[in-house]
Write a protein that binds this ligand. Structure first.
Ligand SMILES: [Zn+2]
Length: 245
């Protein structure tokens, strides 16, 4: 009797510890989909309060990626003091992304009649609200959001070469690199802090594989109910550089 009770107690406590551990690993849905206010979140840092150059006020990132980005910036500047290394975008929450989506949607309705076409046009460079890596506080855009700058401008070419060669040393991967089979077009400027972002994409993928409506039912942006929503989410969230997984 006592033996059975002890075994039962052991089993119950093991289960409790196991569920506590797995729960701790899970990233809440509202963090995955950007439905929170990064300015109120103690895990986020205002870039204004750091030495990182920014092109606008009020941008935030999680603490660890901020620290690593500062190191990258400092090391870059030691060699290339005359070349701009500026953060031009960091965390963008759902509401912010929804503003971008709505503006683009409205302007494209004059050229395209099918909602699916409009969505695909926007998706060349901009995410559906709820599906952006910028929601995670791990991703930044550096200096310019124009491929022309990185490919043709002499300063852009130097910056591009340095980022490609060195950002991995600080934990960053280029999410939207060349040679992917779908998803967003190449974004030379977009860098992602892999040690944390890989947890977000793993969690996102698990939901898409097993319970996609948990994500789709939280999305209410214009056109969400007129497009192949689930297929588009799968393509654009998951088609990233394998180094970012
Ligand atoms: Zn970006």
């Amino acid at each position: 009797m006592i033996k059975t009770a002890i075994i039962r107690l052991l089993l119950t406590s093991t289960l409790l510890i196991y569920s506590a551990l797995t729960m701790a690993k899970q990233i809440p849905l509202n963090r995955l989909t950007g439905q929170f206010d990064e300015k109120q979140d103690p895990a986020f840092i205002a870039l204004d309060a750091t030495i990182l150059p920014v092109n606008k006020k009020g941008m935030y990132l999680q603490k660890e990626p901020t620290e690593q980005l500062i190191k990258a910036y400092q090391d870059f500047k030691k060699i290339h003091s005359d070349i701009p290394f500026i953060i031009v975008s960091a965390t963008r929450n759902y509401n912010y992304q929804n503003g971008i989506w709505q503006r683009k949607w409205d302007s494209l309705t004059t050229q395209f009649s099918q909602p699916q076409q409009i969505a695909e046009e926007i998706l060349k460079f901009s995410s559906m609200p709820g599906t952006s890596r910028h929601h995670w506080g791990t991703d930044v855009d550096i200096t310019s959001v124009s491929s022309n700058f990185f490919k043709n401008d002499p300063k852009g070419k130097i910056l591009d070469a340095w980022l490609q060669q060195n950002m991995k040393n600080y934990g960053f991967c280029q999410s939207f690199n060349e040679g992917r089979n779908g998803g967003y077009q190449t974004e030379e400027w977009h860098w992602s802090y892999q040690p944390i972002a890989k947890q977000y994409i793993a969690e996102y993928k698990a939901l898409l594989d097993h319970n996609p409506t948990k994500i789709t039912e939280t999305l209410n942006f214009t056109g969400h109910d007129q497009i192949r929503l689930e297929a588009l989410i799968k393509e654009y969230v998951l088609q990233v550089n394998p180094d970012c997984y």
